[in-house]
Design a protein around this ligand. Structure first.
Ligand SMILES: [Zn+2]
Length: 68
């Protein structure tokens, strides 16, 4: 798994990955959030049952890392 980048707002790496139900049936979102300043990475919309928890985490981290 690629290492998570520092938070662009507070410079910390206390990032956790979160999961959120989607309004779309059968889908949910994952994203990374900074534990210090609560800034959020982009949401990734995933299909229910297609990802393991490890993969969800990886997707959320990739989204966080690739944010412009
Ligand atoms: Zn932060």
């Amino acid at each position: 798994m690629e290492p998570i980048k520092h938070c662009p707002f507070c410079g910390k790496t206390s990032i956790k990955t979160m999961k959120k139900r989607s309004k779309q049936p059968g889908k949910y979102s994952v994203y990374a959030r900074c534990k210090i300043c609560y800034s959020r990475g982009p949401y990734a919309l995933l299909e229910e049952g297609e990802y393991t928890p490890e993969q969800e985490k990886e997707v959320a981290i990739t989204m966080w890392n690739t944010r412009a």
